[in-house]
Design a protein around this ligand. Structure first.
Ligand SMILES: N[C@@H](CCC(=O)N[C@@H](CS)C(=O)NCC(=O)O)C(=O)O
Length: 111
């Protein structure tokens, strides 16, 4: 069983959407933001060292970072929703065409 550590109003909504699209079984542990600071509760640090969401737990694995979670879940669904190997759509995943940091200094990963 997959457990999604879901912070309200966060990008972990994407993980819930993906799980629905893939038709995988899962449970949700929901965390509420501090109404004053909008930060995640400290409780989330028990599963993620920085207290961030999304995080999933499945069969003894704990996976953080949205991209890694997407790869983990699509692999578990036998590659469903993943563009075929060798296609431009598939290669685009690993080939950033522009830096998204939008900062004055260029990032060292893709610029
Ligand atoms: N790079 C991470 C970012 C995770 C992240 O920043 N999550 C935000 C919600 S969208 C969060 O947990 N914020 C709560 C906090 O920082 O207290 C990912 O893509 O999964």
């Amino acid at each position: 069983m997959i457990t999604v550590h879901h912070l309200e109003n966060s990008r972990s909504q994407r993980v819930l959407w993906l799980l629905e699209e893939l038709g995988l079984d899962y449970t949700v542990k929901r965390y509420e933001r501090d109404p004053a600071t909008m930060q995640a509760p400290r409780e989330l640090r028990a599963v993620h060292p920085l207290g961030k969401s999304p995080v999933i737990a499945a069969d003894g694995h704990v996976v953080a970072e949205t991209g890694a979670i997407v790869e983990f879940l699509t692999a578990r669904a036998d590659g469903a929703l993943v563009p075929p190997a060798g296609t431009a759509r598939r290669n685009a995943r690993a080939t950033p065409t522009s830096c998204t940091t939008r900062k004055a200094r260029r990032c060292r990963r893709c610029c």
